[in-house]
Design a protein around this ligand. Structure first.
Ligand code: 6PG
Length: 237
């Protein structure tokens, strides 16, 4: 596990974008890089910086964007992870429409989990029977969750379904979530954790314990794990 501690959240975000570009440019010409994005608030800054500072150097025709998870709301809802990505990134770049593969939060949750898994499996190569993304970008909550795999729903870490329905323990909001097995099969598993609120979950990930779902997938990842963080999180960790 490689942990990169930057002075600020913006510097961590830029370093992460540059890492993604490095992975993309290292792939043979013509090969598509399949990236699964998380939502929440942390990635918004990264998406804005990507559009503002790295758009021209990003080969969008070779990048296909999927989602790690989505709230079961329409894309017009302020809670939508796709909506956040659209507003901060997608509306500002020229990525081919077919390279954006969103989870349809407006659909019935269980039906959408099955539909999206089928769609992902038709586009993403597999490893040991699970979709293997080139990059899975994860955030983590201060309760130790990642994707939409919350404490108390650890069965989602080992299910043989690649996508499943999770439930936010406080709000009861249902979410479509990439589960533990495809996460740990990622060729490159990246955590973006910034701000002092992430100190404990960052410490658990670095400690490689199984304290919560985020630490678990970092601990059991089968390939490369990289953590992009800032001093605000790391100094408290
Ligand atoms: C989501 C995310 C989730 C997120 C964490 C951290 O749908 O909320 O995918 O896993 O990464 O909750 O969220 P913040 O970035 O808002 O702290």
């Amino acid at each position: 596990m490689i942990t990169r501690i930057h002075n600020t959240d913006a510097e961590a975000a830029c370093a992460l974008i540059e890492r993604i570009l490095q992975v993309t440019n290292e792939r043979p010409a013509g090969q598509t890089v399949n990236i699964a994005l998380s939502g929440g608030s942390t990635p918004a800054l990264m998406f804005r910086l990507w559009a503002e500072q790295y758009d021209a150097q990003t080969p969008w025709d070779r990048i296909r964007l999927f989602w790690v998870d989505e709230r079961c709301v329409p894309p017009t809802d302020e809670e939508s992870n796709y909506g956040m990505t659209r507003d901060n990134l997608l509306n500002k770049i020229n990525i081919p429409k077919e390279n954006v593969v969103r989870i349809k939060g407006e659909n019935t949750p269980e039906d959408e989990a099955r539909r999206y898994e089928t769609e992902v499996r038709s586009m993403v190569p597999e490893e040991e029977g699970f979709p293997q993304f080139d990059i899975v970008l994860l955030g983590a909550g201060d309760d130790g969750h990642t994707s939409s795999i919350f404490p108390g729903q650890e069965h989602l870490l080992t299910t043989d379904k690649a996508y499943a329905v999770g439930t936010h323990p406080k709000t009861g909001q249902q979410r479509i979530a990439l589960t533990g097995m495809p996460i740990i099969h990622a060729r490159l598993l990246i955590f973006l954790l910034t701000g002092k609120g992430k100190a404990q979950v960052l410490a658990d990930i670095i400690d490689q314990n199984d304290a919560g779902p985020a630490a678990y997938v970092g601990h059991h990842a089968l390939h490369t794990v990289e953590v992009f963080t800032d001093k605000a999180a790391a100094e408290q960790a």
